[in-house]
Design a protein around this ligand. Sequence first.
Ligand SMILES: CC(C)(COP(=O)(O)OP(=O)(O)OC[C@H]1O[C@@H](n2cnc3c(N)ncnc32)[C@H](O)[C@@H]1OP(=O)(O)O)[C@@H](O)C(=O)NCCC(=O)NCCSC(=O)C1=CCCCC1=O
Length: 379
Amino acid sequence: MRSVTDQIVARHTAPRQLTDHCVAPDVVVPGVVHEKRPARTPRGDLAPGIYHAWITIDNQAQFNSYSVDMLKGIQWALKTASNARDVVSVVLTGAGSKAFCTGGNATDFARYYARNPQEFRQFMRLFNDTVSAVMVCEKPVICRVNGMRTGGAQELGLACDFTIAQDLALFGLAGPKHGGAMIGGATDFLPVMIGAEAALAVGTLCESLSAHKARRLGMITAVVPALKVDGKFVPNPLVVTDRCVDEFGELVLGEPKTGEALLQGKALLARGEVDLSLLDAKVEELCAKFVTMFPDSLTKSLEALRKPKIEAWNRNKEDNRAWLALNMMTEACAGFRAFAEGSKEAGREIDFVALRQALAKGAPWTPDLIDNLMPHARN
Ligand SMILES: CC(C)(COP(=O)(O)OP(=O)(O)OC[C@H]1O[C@@H](n2cnc3c(N)ncnc32)[C@H](O)[C@@H]1OP(=O)(O)O)[C@@H](O)C(=O)NCCC(=O)NCCSC(=O)C1=CCCCC1=O
């Protein structure tokens, strides 16, 4: 039986032919899965004819890092979902349970963009426009963090309106340790989201944060357990989750365990299996809340609340793009080559002391200086 609103629509209150407002065609890009999943109400009832758009980054062999084509695919998918009349919210996620995404493909960076700033400028055009596409999306954008979120992916994730993470996921940034500054969005968003002092630590030290610490800092919306041991969910056993402060009053919630506690945590981790059903339930719970809201009022609220992040981003994004491009001649060239040419055994970082010693004597960034900073040059 048709509902009354269906009958009203059938009386031709809606245009016979709908106009497509998307700039680019909705194309299928390998590595980016774009689908519409049926929406439900908060009570769990199906809401026929309306959907949530799921965008899944899928390059699992390389921890879901994105190629240029994949960036285009993510951007198209965001724009398509933004325009789709039947889409309520957008979920941006990664395939599998290891990584949400680890940013740009570091091997491509080393092989194609190193010493090629004009080409990296073009890459950054795509990247910047993808971050902007998140923040002008007319629907709420939820980052479903199924695993590690680092580098440019952390910046893309910070641009999202909500982040829900499974609690084994790590959050990181490829900053000065990799030869970059975290200016693809993180330096704009973090001070607004977590305050200037915490942003300085996160934005310079290049230390991975646990999902619990990210939640404590206010960087993400919610955390759910993902490890199942003997059929029961347990919190991430590698980090402190049972107290907020240590005996001296220092905050420890979400900090890594050490010593015997860490060994026990690792043993528990090895016995368990990862199950993302609670993550999916939490994402669905949030998506369902949006179904029972006035759409325009929701979009207006998003637009108003995004302003502090967007204003910071728009102030800096083009200058930062230019700096990141030129930095491909020097530090990023060395940093990404070290990742691509290194290995777990040899290490994936440059010889920082040798670099500083050379620069202290005024040495220029010659190709042979960079060659000699590589991990294999030390052996
Ligand atoms: C910390 C890591 C993400 C994960 O470390 P670990 O858990 O030890 O796993 P690995 O063995 O290192 O990784 C598993 C395999 O995946 C490959 N991998 C992982 N990430 C990438 C990547 N980004 N690009 C290419 N390949 C990747 C890794 O080589 C392994 O494969 P293998 O065949 O060798 O077994 C660690 O992997 C890491 O540090 N990765 C690099 C992260 C990185 O530098 N990302 C780029 C950041 S820069 C960036 O994204 C941007 C900056 C400016 C704005 C635009 C932008 O995109």
